[in-house]
Design a protein around this ligand. Structure first.
Ligand code: SF4
Ligand code: SF4
Length: 488
């Protein structure tokens, strides 16, 4: 993928851009990256295991008796940082997603693919769990390559079976964690402890997810980042010459060659290529395959130390910083992203904070106007739909204001909504016929929960006696009502 960042790089040929680093002539080229070591790798280890700890522990953490995070797409129940979202909150959910995307664009325009190298679950599981087990079973890069190319022997079969078994067990564990985020830890516990026939769907899901994760980490590996992940595909448009990426300082490094004062600092040892988990040559410039894991930085720093040169021949830097020797600049484009993100984030925050605990919708009963009641009264039929968005039962009260009439529930004494539940109830508004002056009377209904006003709903009360037509000037003209009333 072409990118302005790349145009200034040192390699004369751009032919490496014609194919991905791991597919040649339609065939997958297996990578055997060397073990990573170094300062940044140690930090990445710490970050990875802390994040892994959070990922595993979150499903066990509850707030108010419910998980902190739940993404139950099947039952359309979502909990995000303890805040429940319902299908009725789709607008809010959509806006939150848009805000998140703008944040990703903003972050990427500054820091490139830091997320991929440091925090993406795919990288964390691949590099800090599966790859480490692979090194433990098969050995470092050279031994892995030898083993792969060797004939099938008892030793090879034993090593392969051991690896497959351990990989599958870990994939099974990941599948359980994954499912815990979808159905909740309590449901998962039931699947694990109760007879399988009671939870056949859940059990089959775990087995399927386990195979999917096994396939991803044992076979797909870096292909997920190179071919599948949409975020990786977007790098070409998100990065520019001011973005901080893992970059080779070609000004300092070229011309590359054996240690000599006649050459630049790069001694062409190719260690940066050998450690790369996506198999690319960073000296060619920024490429979409680069997940910013910084393995090449550590590798090159170790070489620079050995040859008594300053570290940082490969480092986190922007293309402009390397080319023009200028410090990082916060560009207008970045300010614009930050502005849009701040605006959206503020709107979403206000909407979430102000979101009522109970959502109320009041509608007139369809196809009905009014009904005569004894004692010279007239009524209109409405329905109220209440959705409880909390984890507690709610008692709701409806109050009619700005209209002299009575609001009467039908068949029930009060509006009690169970937690997580909803309620659909009819009610009447009954007015004294003599007091009704107009055919269409605007009314306002206030909805209270625990004495707190949570919603205000506007509607219309239809009067019975006369029909007033508005003329073109907006004046009401009285005319005789032929049907005295409409029966319900
Ligand atoms: S080029 Fe460097 S930072 Fe990029 S993926 Fe390869 S090793 Fe990681
Ligand atoms: S590790 Fe450093 S010195 Fe070695 S080839 Fe890569 S850039 Fe050059």
């Amino acid at each position: 993928m072409s990118n302005p960042v790349l145009d200034t790089q040192s390699s004369g040929s751009e032919s490496f851009r014609d194919a991905t680093s791991t597919i040649s002539k339609g065939k997958r080229m297996w990578l055997f990256p060397k073990k990573q070591t170094g300062k940044i790798f140690r930090w990445r280890n710490i970050v990875a295991y802390v994040l892994l700890g959070f990922l595993i522990l979150w499903p066990f953490v509850k707030y108010d008796g419910h998980p902190i995070f739940l993404f139950n797409v099947l039952e359309r129940r979502f909990i995000f940082f303890g805040i429940p979202f319902w299908p009725q909150d789709f607008f809010l959910f959509g806006l939150t997603m848009v805000t998140l995307i703008v944040f990703i664009i903003f972050f990427t325009s500054i820091f490139g693919r830091w997320w991929c190298g440091w925090s993406c679950p795919q990288t964390i599981f691949m590099e800090f769990i599966f790859r480490k087990i692979e090194y433990w079973i098969d050995g470092d890069s050279a031994q892995q390559r030898n083993l792969a190319e060797s004939k099938w022997t008892t030793r090879k079969i034993r090593l392969r079976l051991t690896k497959v078994f351990i990989f599958y067990i870990i994939s099974f564990f990941i599948a359980n964690i994954f499912l815990a985020y979808i159905i909740g830890i309590d449901e998962l516990y039931k699947i694990a402890t109760e007879p399988i026939r009671h939870h056949l769907g859940g059990f089959i899901s775990i087995i399927i997810f386990s195979f999917v994760f096994f396939f991803v980490f044992a076979y797909m590996r870096e292909q997920v980042c190179l071919v599948v992940c949409p975020y990786g595909r977007l790098q070409g448009v998100l990065l520019d010459k001011n973005s901080i990426v893992v970059a080779y300082d070609h000004v300092r490094g070229e011309p590359r060659g054996k240690i000599s004062n006649l050459h630049g600092d790069c001694i062409d040892c190719k260690l940066c290529v050998n450690v790369c988990p996506t198999g690319i040559e960073i000296r060619n410039g920024t490429q979409l395959e680069c997940i910013n894991c910084a393995a090449c930085i550590d590798a090159c720093d170790s070489i620079m130390t050995k040859v008594n040169k300053p570290e940082g021949l490969i480092r986190y830097s922007s293309s402009d910083s390397i080319e023009k020797r200028i410090p990082f600049k916060f560009t207008t484009r970045m300010w614009a992203y930050l502005f849009v993100f701040t605006l959206l984030f503020s709107i979403v925050s206000v909407l979430i904070i102000r979101r009522p605990d109970v959502e109320a919708t009041v509608l007139r009963a369809p196809g009905q106007l009014f009904m005569k009641q004894p004692g010279g009264k007239v009524s209109n039929l409405f329905t109220v739909t209440l959705v409880n968005k909390t984890f507690h039962d709610q008692d709701v009260e409806l109050k009619l204001i700005n209209f002299n009439a009575e609001l009467k529930l039908m068949g029930i004494q009060s509006l009690h909504i169970l937690k997580d539940g909803s309620l659909n109830e009819p009610f009447l508004i009954i007015a004294d016929e003599l007091l009704i002056k107009k055919n269409k009377n605007p009314i306002t209904i206030e909805v209270y929960s625990k004495g707190k006003l949570i919603d205000v709903v506007k509607s219309t009360f239809i009067g019975p006696v006369k029909i007033y037509n508005e003329d073109s000037d907006g004046n009401e003209n009285e005319k005789q009502n032929e049907n005295e009333h409409t029966k319900i």
